[in-house]
Unconditional design. Structure first.
Length: 255
Protein backbone atom coordinates (compact mmCIF):
# COMPACT_ATOMS: atom_id res chain seq x y z
CA UNK A 1 0.00 0.00 0.00
CA UNK A 2 2.67 2.50 1.00
CA UNK A 3 4.91 1.48 -1.91
CA UNK A 4 2.01 2.01 -4.30
CA UNK A 5 1.43 5.53 -2.97
CA UNK A 6 5.14 6.31 -3.35
CA UNK A 7 5.07 5.22 -6.99
CA UNK A 8 1.98 7.31 -7.68
CA UNK A 9 3.60 10.33 -6.05
CA UNK A 10 6.80 9.80 -8.05
CA UNK A 11 4.87 9.56 -11.33
CA UNK A 12 2.92 12.69 -10.44
CA UNK A 13 6.10 14.67 -9.74
CA UNK A 14 7.74 13.51 -12.99
CA UNK A 15 4.64 14.38 -15.02
CA UNK A 16 4.38 17.77 -13.31
CA UNK A 17 7.93 18.75 -14.24
CA UNK A 18 7.52 17.43 -17.78
CA UNK A 19 4.44 19.57 -18.26
CA UNK A 20 6.23 22.55 -16.72
CA UNK A 21 9.25 22.16 -19.02
CA UNK A 22 7.02 21.86 -22.10
CA UNK A 23 4.99 24.89 -21.02
CA UNK A 24 8.12 27.01 -20.48
CA UNK A 25 9.53 25.94 -23.86
CA UNK A 26 6.35 26.79 -25.76
CA UNK A 27 5.78 30.16 -24.06
CA UNK A 28 9.40 31.35 -23.98
CA UNK A 29 8.96 33.30 -27.22
CA UNK A 30 6.42 35.55 -25.51
CA UNK A 31 8.92 36.68 -22.87
CA UNK A 32 11.30 39.44 -23.87
CA UNK A 33 14.95 38.63 -23.01
CA UNK A 34 15.92 42.32 -23.23
CA UNK A 35 15.37 43.23 -19.61
CA UNK A 36 17.01 45.31 -16.90
CA UNK A 37 18.11 43.04 -14.04
CA UNK A 38 19.63 44.38 -10.82
CA UNK A 39 21.56 42.21 -8.34
CA UNK A 40 21.97 43.40 -4.74
CA UNK A 41 24.44 41.94 -2.28
CA UNK A 42 27.01 42.90 0.35
CA UNK A 43 30.73 43.12 -0.31
CA UNK A 44 32.35 39.74 -0.90
CA UNK A 45 29.08 37.86 -1.37
CA UNK A 46 29.93 36.85 -4.94
CA UNK A 47 28.40 39.49 -7.20
CA UNK A 48 31.48 39.75 -9.44
CA UNK A 49 31.74 35.96 -9.56
CA UNK A 50 28.12 35.75 -10.66
CA UNK A 51 28.85 38.35 -13.33
CA UNK A 52 31.52 36.08 -14.83
CA UNK A 53 29.19 33.10 -14.92
CA UNK A 54 26.37 35.08 -16.51
CA UNK A 55 28.72 36.55 -19.12
CA UNK A 56 29.91 33.07 -20.09
CA UNK A 57 26.32 31.82 -20.19
CA UNK A 58 25.24 34.51 -22.65
CA UNK A 59 28.42 34.12 -24.70
CA UNK A 60 27.62 30.42 -25.18
CA UNK A 61 24.15 31.45 -26.35
CA UNK A 62 25.71 33.63 -29.05
CA UNK A 63 25.16 37.01 -27.43
CA UNK A 64 27.61 39.94 -27.66
CA UNK A 65 28.99 40.52 -24.15
CA UNK A 66 30.13 43.89 -22.80
CA UNK A 67 31.06 45.08 -19.34
CA UNK A 68 32.14 48.15 -17.47
CA UNK A 69 35.89 48.68 -17.11
CA UNK A 70 37.62 46.12 -14.88
CA UNK A 71 34.51 44.02 -14.39
CA UNK A 72 35.69 41.03 -16.42
CA UNK A 73 38.89 39.79 -18.05
CA UNK A 74 37.27 37.01 -20.04
CA UNK A 75 38.52 37.27 -23.65
CA UNK A 76 35.07 37.35 -25.25
CA UNK A 77 33.89 40.31 -23.10
CA UNK A 78 34.56 43.80 -24.47
CA UNK A 79 34.94 46.71 -22.09
CA UNK A 80 33.16 50.04 -22.30
CA UNK A 81 32.38 53.06 -20.16
CA UNK A 82 29.06 52.24 -18.52
CA UNK A 83 28.42 55.84 -17.50
CA UNK A 84 28.14 56.69 -21.22
CA UNK A 85 26.29 53.57 -22.28
CA UNK A 86 23.64 55.51 -24.17
CA UNK A 87 26.16 56.84 -26.75
CA UNK A 88 27.11 53.37 -27.98
CA UNK A 89 25.46 51.64 -30.89
CA UNK A 90 25.63 48.05 -29.74
CA UNK A 91 24.77 45.18 -32.07
CA UNK A 92 21.49 43.30 -31.56
CA UNK A 93 21.45 40.61 -28.88
CA UNK A 94 23.97 42.40 -26.69
CA UNK A 95 24.21 42.10 -22.91
CA UNK A 96 25.93 44.74 -20.79
CA UNK A 97 27.22 43.96 -17.30
CA UNK A 98 27.84 46.80 -14.83
CA UNK A 99 29.65 45.70 -11.69
CA UNK A 100 29.02 48.66 -9.36
CA UNK A 101 25.98 50.57 -10.56
CA UNK A 102 25.74 52.69 -7.43
CA UNK A 103 29.16 54.21 -8.17
CA UNK A 104 27.79 55.63 -11.42
CA UNK A 105 24.21 56.43 -10.43
CA UNK A 106 23.81 57.05 -6.73
CA UNK A 107 20.37 57.94 -5.41
CA UNK A 108 21.74 61.11 -3.82
CA UNK A 109 22.85 62.37 -7.25
CA UNK A 110 19.41 61.99 -8.83
CA UNK A 111 19.52 65.52 -10.23
CA UNK A 112 22.53 64.62 -12.39
CA UNK A 113 21.04 61.41 -13.80
CA UNK A 114 21.39 61.76 -17.60
CA UNK A 115 18.05 62.01 -19.35
CA UNK A 116 19.43 60.25 -22.46
CA UNK A 117 20.34 57.30 -20.27
CA UNK A 118 16.87 57.22 -18.75
CA UNK A 119 15.43 57.11 -22.25
CA UNK A 120 17.89 54.37 -23.17
CA UNK A 121 16.70 52.21 -20.27
CA UNK A 122 13.08 52.68 -21.24
CA UNK A 123 13.70 51.70 -24.86
CA UNK A 124 16.44 49.11 -24.46
CA UNK A 125 14.22 46.28 -25.70
CA UNK A 126 13.83 48.13 -29.02
CA UNK A 127 17.61 48.15 -29.29
CA UNK A 128 17.71 44.42 -28.38
CA UNK A 129 20.03 45.07 -25.46
CA UNK A 130 19.90 43.41 -22.05
CA UNK A 131 21.44 45.21 -19.06
CA UNK A 132 22.58 43.48 -15.88
CA UNK A 133 23.60 45.69 -12.96
CA UNK A 134 25.17 44.83 -9.61
CA UNK A 135 25.13 46.96 -6.48
CA UNK A 136 26.19 46.60 -2.85
CA UNK A 137 23.19 48.46 -1.49
CA UNK A 138 19.72 49.53 -2.53
CA UNK A 139 20.85 53.11 -3.13
CA UNK A 140 21.10 53.11 -6.91
CA UNK A 141 19.17 55.87 -8.58
CA UNK A 142 15.42 55.53 -8.12
CA UNK A 143 14.85 55.65 -11.87
CA UNK A 144 16.91 52.49 -12.27
CA UNK A 145 15.04 50.76 -9.45
CA UNK A 146 11.71 51.80 -10.94
CA UNK A 147 12.63 50.52 -14.40
CA UNK A 148 14.20 47.26 -13.23
CA UNK A 149 12.34 44.18 -14.42
CA UNK A 150 13.90 41.77 -11.93
CA UNK A 151 15.73 42.11 -8.65
CA UNK A 152 18.08 39.46 -7.26
CA UNK A 153 19.28 39.09 -3.68
CA UNK A 154 22.84 37.72 -3.68
CA UNK A 155 24.15 35.71 -0.71
CA UNK A 156 27.23 33.58 -0.08
CA UNK A 157 26.73 30.01 1.11
CA UNK A 158 29.44 27.97 2.88
CA UNK A 159 32.14 30.29 1.44
CA UNK A 160 32.17 28.42 -1.88
CA UNK A 161 28.78 29.09 -3.43
CA UNK A 162 26.72 32.14 -4.27
CA UNK A 163 22.95 32.06 -4.62
CA UNK A 164 20.84 34.70 -6.34
CA UNK A 165 17.16 34.73 -5.42
CA UNK A 166 14.95 36.40 -8.07
CA UNK A 167 12.04 38.74 -7.45
CA UNK A 168 9.74 40.43 -9.93
CA UNK A 169 8.00 43.72 -9.36
CA UNK A 170 4.25 43.91 -9.66
CA UNK A 171 2.23 47.13 -9.37
CA UNK A 172 -0.21 47.31 -6.48
CA UNK A 173 -2.65 49.95 -5.31
CA UNK A 174 -2.40 51.14 -1.72
CA UNK A 175 -5.87 52.28 -0.66
CA UNK A 176 -6.47 55.56 1.07
CA UNK A 177 -6.28 55.41 4.84
CA UNK A 178 -5.38 57.35 7.92
CA UNK A 179 -1.94 58.27 6.61
CA UNK A 180 -3.03 58.94 2.99
CA UNK A 181 -5.90 61.01 1.67
CA UNK A 182 -5.84 59.30 -1.72
CA UNK A 183 -4.89 55.89 -3.04
CA UNK A 184 -1.34 55.36 -4.20
CA UNK A 185 0.39 53.16 -6.77
CA UNK A 186 3.43 51.20 -5.54
CA UNK A 187 5.61 48.24 -6.49
CA UNK A 188 5.47 44.96 -4.65
CA UNK A 189 8.28 42.38 -4.76
CA UNK A 190 7.16 38.84 -5.48
CA UNK A 191 9.59 35.94 -5.31
CA UNK A 192 9.65 33.79 -8.43
CA UNK A 193 8.81 30.17 -7.53
CA UNK A 194 11.82 27.86 -7.42
CA UNK A 195 10.37 25.38 -9.90
CA UNK A 196 10.74 27.98 -12.68
CA UNK A 197 14.55 27.59 -12.39
CA UNK A 198 15.10 31.36 -12.56
CA UNK A 199 17.67 31.66 -9.77
CA UNK A 200 21.44 31.54 -10.15
CA UNK A 201 23.86 29.32 -8.23
CA UNK A 202 27.58 29.98 -8.73
CA UNK A 203 30.56 27.89 -7.63
CA UNK A 204 33.02 30.64 -6.71
CA UNK A 205 36.40 28.87 -7.34
CA UNK A 206 35.37 28.26 -10.97
CA UNK A 207 35.30 31.97 -11.83
CA UNK A 208 37.70 33.80 -9.49
CA UNK A 209 40.47 34.08 -12.11
CA UNK A 210 38.29 36.02 -14.54
CA UNK A 211 38.30 39.29 -12.58
CA UNK A 212 40.31 41.19 -10.00
CA UNK A 213 38.44 42.63 -7.01
CA UNK A 214 41.47 44.61 -5.82
CA UNK A 215 41.90 46.98 -8.77
CA UNK A 216 41.24 50.39 -7.23
CA UNK A 217 41.65 52.62 -10.27
CA UNK A 218 39.59 52.26 -13.41
CA UNK A 219 42.41 53.68 -15.51
CA UNK A 220 44.56 50.68 -14.56
CA UNK A 221 42.52 47.88 -16.05
CA UNK A 222 44.29 44.85 -17.45
CA UNK A 223 42.73 44.83 -20.92
CA UNK A 224 44.27 48.07 -22.17
CA UNK A 225 42.37 49.99 -24.83
CA UNK A 226 43.97 51.53 -27.87
CA UNK A 227 44.78 55.28 -27.61
CA UNK A 228 42.22 56.08 -30.28
CA UNK A 229 39.51 54.44 -28.21
CA UNK A 230 40.47 55.80 -24.82
CA UNK A 231 37.31 57.87 -24.46
CA UNK A 232 34.86 56.37 -25.10
CA UNK A 233 36.27 52.84 -25.08
CA UNK A 234 35.92 50.56 -28.05
CA UNK A 235 32.87 48.59 -28.94
CA UNK A 236 31.36 47.23 -32.07
CA UNK A 237 33.96 45.87 -34.49
CA UNK A 238 36.16 42.80 -34.51
CA UNK A 239 39.02 44.56 -32.75
CA UNK A 240 36.83 45.88 -29.98
CA UNK A 241 37.11 49.50 -31.11
CA UNK A 242 33.99 51.49 -30.48
CA UNK A 243 31.72 53.35 -32.79
CA UNK A 244 29.74 55.65 -30.50
CA UNK A 245 26.60 57.23 -31.82
CA UNK A 246 27.35 60.84 -32.84
CA UNK A 247 25.71 63.55 -30.78
CA UNK A 248 23.23 65.37 -33.01
CA UNK A 249 23.70 68.61 -31.07
CA UNK A 250 27.46 68.56 -31.63
CA UNK A 251 27.13 67.78 -35.31
CA UNK A 252 24.69 70.65 -35.67
CA UNK A 253 27.18 73.05 -34.12
CA UNK A 254 29.97 71.96 -36.46
CA UNK A 255 27.90 72.25 -39.64
Amino acid sequence: MIWGLVKILFVFIVCFFEVLIVFCSLTKKYCSPYTLDVYFGKKGCGKSTTLQKLAYKYYKKGWNCFCDRNDSFQPFVKQLDASKLYIYKLPPNSVVFIGEANLHWDNRDFSSFPKPFQKYLRLQRHKRVKIVMFSQTYDTDKKIRDLADRLYIVKKRLRLWTTCTPYIKTPVILPAGETRDTAKMADDFVRIPKFFFSGVITFIPRWVNDFDSFIDDQSDYRLQLSPAAADPPAVGDVTGNARPVPDSSESARTD
